[in-house]
Design a protein around this ligand. Structure first.
Ligand code: BGC
Length: 761
């Protein structure tokens, strides 16, 4: 094996140094191995100056145009009508113009003042079509956000955002309801597939680049759901309790960093309450924190059916979304008649109404939706390539006892079992589910209680792992068993050299999981198959951790999440080694629920509509932070992911001062090209044992190649937020950091001294 211990001179392909310091250095126009041209991540100084001028002009123009409006026009801008005729009894709302495409939200424009109508579409993984537009045969279905989280690659999030925005724009949608960055606090949350990770820094960097990708195409993006909408159970009646300082160090920090980096045109508030007040009517969170401390200048829209009262306008909400849902749920379209009446009675000031309108206008002008030329040409083949490349980078190899990659040249008998692998790959359900181009391979209705029960389906994207494996392994004899019964599947397993078995689960909006098992007897199935043939590889297609009672019996485990419309191919490429896996877990897989902050999930199993309180007493110690604090040993920890090559770390140097700076070398000591994601963690802050991801970077190295990496931590990740002074506080002392392959596989450690200091905001 050649070991060329010389510094790498080439720009690392697909690299993104996620610390505060080196970002400016990595602007690059480079090509990935798959030939995708990438844009720079960070704007150059002239570009930044241009954007700042545009924003200043947007402010001035918003003031001027708002001044010329009538009150009637003002009130028309602060609501959106839902086009969800199916969910609203199949009737098209009379106020929804016949010539406007049915969208999640429609806000009329003001033509005499050149203000365009706003048309919004879901969501973070592609332009959805929940039956609104029968002639629309589908959009690029990107992998789940949690898979993007596993790529640890903000550039991919940006490419995905741009892909989605171009497809939104070609349909006339100018607001994309994307940017789901809720922190993953509970492995049972049904919507975790729509979110990136359990870590504020990782979620913020990915969410910000998704928004940047969308807004660079002239489409407004949201960041959502502000904040602590971390469980689906009774979400409209859910009160999320958290200590305010801990909130700033976790979920709010994710929003803060993402806002700083992307200036999203809109923030969508969550359904839930936070510390007693609904998120959309939470004076503290909207006025003090978001618009005050964070200096947010865009507008806050509610979630659909999340504005029970007109006075949310006084608490910081600027636009009521999908007003018909509020009429259904709370008996009133709050920002229609009730708010007008409050205005007439002097309870809503002219100044506040103008502020709501100005924020919406400012976003329109800052993002440029008023200046749309012809829709950009959409290259669907390239979009598919982006979906494929994303899936390749986000699939995580959890375990490999030497059975992977599958040798291409061997004449083996391979059994492929279960998971509808002959048809495609599953996706999550709910408002984020994207109808792929050409339609689903199949839809299996699942159903369930509650408002979205009838919308819960197993959607299969038409990229069948079985077909792709057959193409990539022409010498192998591949047979399929659907996994209907354990006994039948074991028969095929027994007469095969190798088994690839798929484990799937339907997860989605409005449902939390009762536990982490695989449904439909799949755990028993996997166990029986692994007993029949120890050369068993399990591929998991889920949006959350699974419990894996069969873990010790199988040779390899691959976490493929919901890998999108090209997912079957990406899985086959990873299994056969055409792609060297490089995904890393963005969430920790617990050994069991007893290890998690809430072994019992409050409200689980109660009828829809039951008032529920969840105390997030773990505070900022979310995910890996929690397990580290409790010295618990999870199944697989945040950051974990194997490769077909091996990386070594050396020469860690740590410096203190205002923040921690760390540099170290990464070397590929294996025999093939690969991509590593070294991670820098804080492990102890002046005697307080506290784990924080400080920085990470994806780097691609040839065998023997090495690179020096330098990270400089965002000081907020070293500090505590003091609710009383409203300041971040760094205590004087020794700060210990570690470079690791995951949050529990720490390879190099070092210390730095930091002086005491306080800083805002
Ligand atoms: C979801 C949002 C979505 C909205 C519009 C809600 O049910 O929580 O994420 O953007 O619907 O479809």
């Amino acid at each position: 094996m050649a070991r060329l211990l010389v510094p790498s001179t080439r720009q690392s392909r697909g690299s993104f140094n996620a610390s505060i310091h080196t970002l400016v250095e990595i602007r690059s126009l480079h090509t990935t191995p798959t030939g995708l041209t990438k844009e720079g991540l960070i704007m150059s100084k002239p570009e930044l100056a241009k954007k700042e001028t545009r924003v200043e002009q947007a402010d001035a123009r918003a003031r001027e145009i708002e001044r010329q409006m009538t009150d009637e026009e003002r009130f028309s801008l602060i609501i959106s009508l839902s086009g969800a005729t199916g969910m609203l009894g199949g009737v098209r709302d009379k106020r929804y113009p016949e010539d406007a495409p049915l969208a999640a939200g429609y806000t009329p424009g003001v033509p005499r003042l050149g203000v365009p109508a706003l048309l919004s579409s879901d969501a973070s993984m592609g332009v959805t079509n929940p039956g609104f537009r029968p002639d629309d045969k589908g959009a690029t279905a990107m992998p789940a956000s949690i898979l993007v989280g596993a790529s640890f690659n903000p550039q991919l999030a940006r490419d995905g955002g741009a892909t989605i925005a171009r497809e939104a724009r070609m349909r006339g949608f100018n607001v994309q309801l994307a940017g789901g960055i809720n922190l993953i606090r509970d492995p049972r949350n049904g919507r975790n597939y729509e979110y990136y990770s359990e870590d504020p820094l990782l979620s913020a960097l990915l969410g910000a680049e998704a928004v940047n990708g969308i807004q660079a195409e002239g489409v407004i993006s949201t960041l959502k759901h502000y904040t602590l909408n971390c469980n689906e159970t009774n979400r409209h009646w859910l009160d999320a309790i958290i200590e305010p300082g801990a909130h700033r160090e976790s979920d709010l920090l994710a929003f803060q960093i993402a806002i700083e980096r992307s200036q999203p045109g809109a923030i969508m508030s969550g359904y839930n309450k936070v510390n007693g007040d609904y998120a959309g009517g939470n004076l503290h969170l909207l006025m003090d924190v978001l618009k005050g401390t964070f200096g947010y200048k865009g507008y806050v829209m509610s979630d659909w059916g999340a504005t029970p009262a007109w006075d949310f306008a006084l608490k910081g909400l600027d636009q009521e979304s999908g007003i018909q849902f509020d009429a259904l749920l709370w008996n009133s379209e709050s920002f229609s008649e009730p708010l007008r009446q409050a205005y007439t009675e002097g309870k809503l000031s002219k100044e506040r109404l103008s502020d709501m309108v100005r924020r919406i206008l400012r976003t329109i002008y800052a993002v440029g939706v008023d200046r749309w030329g012809p829709a950009p040409k959409v290259d669907l083949a390239r979009h598919n390539e982006i979906a494929l490349e994303t899936a390749r980078q986000g699939i995580v190899l959890l375990k490999n006892d030497g059975v992977l990659p599958i040798a291409l040249e061997k004449q083996m008998r391979i059994a492929v079992i279960g998971g509808y692998a002959q048809l495609g790959v599953p996706s999550g359900t709910g408002s984020g589910a994207v109808l792929p181009i050409g339609g689903y391979a199949a839809v299996v209705p699942i159903g369930g209680p509650g408002a979205l029960g009838t919308h819960r389906n197993l959607f299969l994207m038409p990229s069948a792992p079985l077909t792709e494996l057959k193409k990539l392994l022409p010498k192998a004899q591949i047979e399929f068993d659907p996994g209907q019964t354990a006994a039948e599947a074991a028969l095929l397993a027994r007469r095969s050299d190798l088994v690839i078995i798929f484990g799937i689960r339907v997860e989605g909006e409005s449902f939390d999981l009762a536990d982490l098992s695989l449904p439909w007897g799949q755990d028993t199935l996997i166990d029986a198959v692994a007993t029949a043939n120890p050369n068993t590889i399990v591929v998991l297609e889920t949006g959350n951790p699974v419990s894996m009672p069969w873990r010790e019996k199988v040779k390899a485990i691959v976490q493929a999440w919901y890998p999108g419309q090209a997912g079957g191919l990406a899985i086959a490429e990873v299994l056969t080694g055409k792609v060297n896996p490089s995904g890393r877990l963005p969430i920790t897989f617990p050994a069991d629920l007893a290890q998690t902050p809430r072994p019992q999930l409050p409200g689980l199993g109660t009828p829809w509509g039951t008032p529920t309180t969840i105390r997030y007493d773990e505070g900022a110690e979310v995910g890996y932070r929690w397990y580290a604090k409790n010295r618990a040993k999870p199944l697989y920890t945040f950051g974990h992911g194997l490769s077909y090559t091996t990386f070594a770390y050396s020469e860690l140097r740590v410096e203190g001062g205002e923040t921690v700076t760390a540099s170290f070398n990464v070397t590929n000591i294996g025999r093939r090209d690969g991509t590593d994601v070294p991670q820098l963690y804080l492990t102890d802050a002046a005697g307080d044992r506290r784990m924080r991801l400080l920085a990470f970077e994806r780097i691609e190295l040839e065998p023997g190649e090495w690179r020096k990496i330098t990270f400089k931590a965002d000081p907020r990740l070293l500090a505590r937020f003091d609710g009383k002074t409203g300041k971040w506080t760094i205590a004087e002392g020794t700060y210990s950091v570690a470079v690791g392959k995951s949050a529990s596989d720490l390879v190099l450690t070092g210390n730095a001294r930091l002086p005491a200091r306080q800083f805002g905001s």
